[in-house]
Design a binder for this molecule. Structure first.
Ligand code: 13P
Length: 334
């Protein structure tokens, strides 16, 4: 794919009433999820679980793409069809997580930077050959106001890496999804979250500009502006929606084809309700949709985990129901 085709792919990712399912958990993270439902974390169980998700009947009514992990993009259904083929045949774009996770930021205790730039050009070319149309890189920003977090250094290091990743993606003909996740854990209030998120997003778009990244072929994956999990005062659905829209309007250029949210540990219902409320706003400059991991999967995982052979159809009904609710929320129609 050439760079000229990236805007079309980006627009398809955020087509009206459609969003992304994030199933790109690393083997360490999916092990934690499997442990929680008592399923052994073998390669075959990971394959079977992802097959259950990806072959959910009619998933493409509400899902435009799925983010895969390195192991998953190479896997096949039990009938021997590559996952990427099943997806493309069903109108679901294959995406790939390409960062290598976080590592402590030297000199800044409590802060992290995402790694994975070394060798990324070669890996992206391989993923493009395997069928990936878009990629994801997640940066992690922790808030601890008393401890001065996030530091400017942490923000700069992370947005620089995000921008270099995005430029490499576009060179390889892959749409970069840039994800600066402001973490919900902490005692901070929603105003603190607003200030930090706005600063991170403004820094990110400066860095993307500096690295010659074409915004029309880039998707932003954002965290919502929300109260810290341990904050005494939890903001209402309406406030989360208002603060988030205001923050995005102040920091995200209208040239960006769309913004999708992560769920970040919100309950399934909250993640859907927040998105629905935001989409009641008139004249938004970009589509606002979802790229949920946990909020798309947790109910289905609980059902599948009880009987991984016989509960496939039952689990898929839940995947479809979550996709439908979030798809309607992406239009403010729930
Ligand atoms: P959650 O929706 O579970 O936060 O996961 C989304 C994701 O892809 C984080 O990188």
């Amino acid at each position: 794919m050439s760079i000229d085709q990236l805007p079309e792919i980006a627009q398809a990712m955020v087509a009206a009433g459609k969003g992304i399912i994030a199933i790109d958990e690393s083997n360490a993270t999916i092990k934690k999820r499997f442990d929680s439902v008592g399923v052994e974390c073998t390669e075959e169980n990971r394959r079977a679980y992802r097959e259950m998700l990806l072959t959910t009947p009619n998933l493409n009514e509400y899902i435009s793409g799925a983010i895969l992990y390195d192991e998953t993009i190479r896997q096949k259904t039990k009938d021997g069809v590559p996952f990427t083929k099943i997806m493309m045949d069903n109108g679901i774009l294959p995406g790939i997580k390409v960062d290598a996770g976080t590592t402590p930021l030297a000199g800044f205790p409590g802060e992290v930077v995402t790694q994975g730039l070394d060798g990324l050009r070669e890996r992206l070319n391989e993923y493009a050959a395997l069928g990936a149309k878009f990629a994801k890189w997640r940066a992690v920003i922790n808030i601890n106001i008393e401890e001065g977090m996030p530091s400017d250094t942490c923000i700069e290091a992370n947005v620089h890496a995000l921008a270099r990743y995005a430029a490499l993606c576009q060179e390889a003909g892959i749409v970069p999804m840039v994800e600066p996740e402001v973490i919900m854990e902490g005692e901070h209030d929603i105003d603190d979250c607003f200030v930090v998120t706005e600063k991170v997003l403004r820094s990110l778009f400066n860095a993307l500009y500096a690295q010659n990244v074409m915004l029309e072929g880039t998707i932003l994956k954002a965290s919502m502006v929300i109260s810290g999990k341990d904050c005494d005062e939890q903001a209402s659905i309406e406030d989360v929606a208002d603060y988030t829209v205001q923050c995005l309007k102040s920091a995200v250029p209208a040239a960006v084809p769309g913004i999708v949210f992560l769920s970040g540990g919100q309950s399934d219902d909250d993640a859907t309700a927040h998105l629905n409320e935001m989409n009641k706003t008139e004249n938004l400059p970009w589509p606002l949709s979802f790229s949920y991991g946990r909020a798309m999967q947790s109910a289905a995982l609980a059902i599948w985990g009880k009987d991984i052979v016989n509960n496939v159809a039952e689990a898929q009904k839940t995947v479809y129901a979550r996709a439908k609710a979030n798809g309607l929320a992406a239009k403010g129609e729930l």
